[in-house]
Design a protein around this ligand. Sequence first.
Ligand code: XMP
Ligand code: MG
Length: 177
Amino acid sequence: MPLVKIHDKSFETYLSEETISNRIDELAAGINKDYAGNRPLFISILNGSFMFAADLFKRLTIEAELCFIKLVSYKGMKSTGKVVTSIGLEEDIFGKDIIIVEDIVDTGKTLHDFLPQLLHQQPKSLKIASLLHKSEATIYPLTIDYVGFDIPNKFVVGYGLDYDGLGRNLKEIYQLV
Ligand code: XMP
Ligand code: MG
């Protein structure tokens, strides 16, 4: 199994390009069916999800819109929890069918904190598509409607995901050795 070295760590192939591609075919088919006759707005969360968003979006046969946002966490001076806010969400989501596109859901905290902000704007519906889900690690209640792969609680890189800034360009997904 080919190893790649990123910074100080070695990673081995975990999901091949073909495996990822075939699974995205299936996810897109489901979305095309579920949203037939509708025009959902996909909100892709940067940076990690850009590649998944592109590959998923190419496979859509329904009318659909796409935008990208970045989530930023702030640590208050005395607050223990983090507040997640979005940068770049200019679209009016009121009354729209929204599909959040994530690369990976780990503890679930990021989306758990962010979803109320979106719901506050009263979309018609709100679903989540995540390529990867570390379900063993998820402690914040969250329903992920479209999951690519449920993976073990190990660090992964590639296909948009990075280790300290590098590895996003890999076509496969790699797991820490
Ligand atoms: P939570 O815990 O809020 O975390 O669901 C989601 C975010 O954590 C990052 N993350 C990873 N990034 N390999 C990565 O490159 C991983 O294995 C990994 N696990 C979590 C990621 O930014 C995700 O959006
Ligand atoms: Mg991410």
